[in-house]
Design a protein around this ligand. Structure first.
Ligand code: ZZB
Length: 259
């Protein structure tokens, strides 16, 4: 699986995260949350960045004065992919609990929300996949749409400001059925919350297929082009601009019961 790591620079840390990193990073250090995605062409639609509140993230030196917030496992994988300055060397400078990152303001490359987006909690994040950080694109990801609407609905329960979960969701991709495919699928399949795991899995598969094979870009430099054509171009642009990098995930080994 080849993902793209998106560099979402932290513009403002909440106080608890600030305490955790205090004195551990050099002056002028840039810190990035680095979600792994397969859908670079949807980055125009980012409205938040998700972390798991239960996961402890490391802050790793990627290059002089550049730090990535992600899981230890992702750092280990990246250390063998010429992503860090020194091959095979992992430099962890600090640790921060996901819940302490909630509310951070981060830059979302290509997003219409130019002033940045907030870091918000997503319970369904798997620590064993990607970087343990997920960028939120509710226009095209049913999981993201279900999560962000739930967050806005129960802002107090999640201890977030409601407006953090209410950034406008713009159409990014037109398919034969919708220009906001994820919200349309969530409605059609009567998905009520992020807990509807089975339907969300099905919705995700439909959204992937319909977006890739039948979608056209509504925005950006490749407006009007097929998603299948635009995808590598947007990915290339982001990498070229230093806003993203390729990240390969080793296949999770499946051991059969019969051995
Ligand atoms: C932005 C995005 C926009 C995504 C979209 C999807 C969609 P897959 O197919 O199972 O490999 N993701 C990444 N890491 C994690 C994690 N640790 N836990 C939970 N979810 C994670 O899944 C890859 C996608 O799952 C990634 O691409 C990321 O969300 C999420 F419009 O990033 B995506 C129809 C999907 N659309």
């Amino acid at each position: 699986q080849i993902y793209v790591g998106i560099k979402m620079q932290v513009l403002e840390f909440p106080s608890k995260a600030q305490e955790a990193i205090q004195g551990k990073l050099p002056d002028g250090a840039k810190v990035f949350l680095v979600p792994a995605t397969l859908r670079a062409e949807t980055m125009y639609g980012q409205v938040a960045c998700f972390v798991s509140p239960k996961v402890t993230y490391g802050i790793y030196e990627a290059a002089p004065k550049e730090y990535f917030v992600m899981t230890e496992r992702a750092a280990r994988n990246m250390s063998h992919q010429e992503i860090f300055a020194e091959e095979g060397v992992i430099k962890k400078t600090a640790e921060v609990l996901g819940s302490d990152l909630i509310g951070a303001l981060v830059n979302a490359p290509l997003s219409f929300h130019k002033d940045g987006v907030r870091v918000l909690p997503m319970e369904s994040i798997l620590e064993t996949k990607g970087t343990g950080v997920v960028t939120c694109v509710p226009s095209d990801s049913p999981d993201d749409y279900a999560t962000i609407t739930d967050l806005a609905k129960k802002a107090d329960y999640y201890k977030i400001k409601k407006e953090w979960a209410e950034l406008e969701i713009y159409p990014i991709i037109q398919t034969p059925t919708s220009d906001l495919l994820a919200p349309a699928l969530v409605k059609k399949m009567k998905i009520a919350s992020p807990k509807d795991v089975k339907q969300l899995k099905e919705a995700k598969e439909i959204a992937y297929k319909e977006g890739f094979y039948q979608g056209h870009m509504l925005v950006g430099d490749f407006k009007g082009e097929k998603v299948a054509d635009a995808k590598p171009k947007v990915r290339g642009q982001l990498i070229e601009a230093g806003l993203a990098f390729e990240y390969a995930e080793p296949e999770n080994k499946v051991v059969s019961r019969s051995g």
